[in-house]
Design a protein around this ligand. Structure first.
Ligand SMILES: NC(=[NH2+])NCCC[C@H](N)C(=O)O
Ligand SMILES: [Mn+2]
Ligand SMILES: [Mn+2]
Length: 333
């Protein structure tokens, strides 16, 4: 019987909590408050208690970006999303700027041999986190926990919200589309479709379904979770991203809290019923901690402003923090 957690890649147990308080990848204010609320909830000291030495890393300035976003909303072009060539990408300049700042911070952290825990912010910030992690671990596979596939291109997106598109940018699917914003051209786009697996899907756009199918991407929906159970699904997902080594190899987990059912995590921008139970959601990261192969974690899309009751805020923030703690070994003996 294996006794974990053991961190193959981070034996020295040093991590950095990277705040990525950005909301421009979607239209609702409040998601930029996620990092601040999670830190106020005591995340840093709880991770220290697990035996990690921790540092805080700032990326972009929360207030500065809120001001910029408010200005943009008031301006005449505010909200308009159709670019040259008829493609859509709302606030592409800001998303490009913010995600590149996140990329630089996460790069600094991983290159220094520290484990990056990035707190969003909306899911567009993963363009930065995943790119930085792939520089350090080119063989890494990504597990994307989410109700959504976030793989729309600037051609297929209906909403024009770039938090619905980070995976297509990470795979370089937009680079040759006429009208692709210059601001997003910094994304290397070198994630192979074979190196990502989704868990928790239940709200996928028609264009996204086609991309998933055409590229043969591993996607485990809630149907699969019900059919096989969450343990088998995580096992299949790990084998899918590391097929030659029977699931062994560096794993990055990009965790959108809307993967978990809104019963448990209600304060998020695009909630979808029928999601993971809180236990299933925590099990995923507990299992990853147990493998010793986790090299990076994002926890994104907590939006305290979208709570109707105060209890929704604390449920959401405490669940977000629990995801981070379980990924870093809390519940393993
Ligand atoms: N990170 C998220 N919560 N993404 C939601 C995306 C929703 C929808 N598929 C869109 O493209 O707009
Ligand atoms: Mn989502
Ligand atoms: Mn997402």
């Amino acid at each position: 019987m294996e006794t974990g957690p053991h961190y193959n890649y981070y034996k020295n147990r040093e991590l950095s909590i990277i705040s990525a308080p950005f909301s421009g990848g979607q239209g609702k204010f409040g998601v930029e408050k996620g990092p601040r609320y999670m830190l106020k909830h005591g995340l840093q000291s709880r991770l220290e208690e697990l035996g990690w030495s921790t540092e805080l890393e700032a990326t972009l300035d929360e207030a500065e970006f809120v001001t910029k976003l408010k200005k943009e909303k008031e301006s005449s072009t505010g909200g308009s999303s159709v670019l040259d060539g008829g493609v859509k990408a709302k606030r592409a300049d800001m998303v490009g700027e913010a995600t590149e700042m996140v990329y630089k911070s996460v790069s600094k952290v991983v290159q220094a041999g520290r484990f990056p825990v990035t707190l969003g912010g909306d899911h567009s910030v993963a363009m930065g986190t995943v790119s930085a992690v792939l520089d350090k671990f080119p063989e890494a596979g990504v597990l994307w926990i989410d109700a959504h596939a976030d793989i729309n291109t600037i051609e297929t997106t209906d909403s024009g919200n770039l938090h619905g598109c980070p995976v297509s940018f990470l795979m370089g699917l937009n680079q040759d589309i006429p009208g692709c914003p210059e601001s997003l051209k910094w994304v290397p786009g070198n994630l192979s479709p074979k190196k990502i697996a989704f868990i928790g899907l239940r709200d996928i756009d028609a264009g996204e379904k086609k991309i998933l199918k055409d590229l043969g991407i591993s996607a485990f929906s809630m149907y699969h979770v019900d059919k096989y159970g969450i343990n088998a699904v995580v096992e299949m997902a790990m084998k899918a991203i590391h097929p030659e080594t029977n699931g062994e190899g560096p794993i990055m987990c990009s965790y959108d809290v809307d993967g978990v059912d809104p019963l448990y995590i209600p304060a998020t921008g695009t909630p979808v019923r029928g999601g993971l139970t809180l236990r299933e959601g925590l099990f995923v990261v507990e299992r990853l901690a147990e493998t010793g192969n986790l090299v990076a974690l994002d926890v994104v899309e907590c939006n305290p402003d979208l709570a109707i009751h105060d209890i929704h805020v604390s449920n959401t923030i405490s669940a977000g923090c629990a995801i981070a703690r379980c990924a870093l070994g809390e519940t393993l003996l």
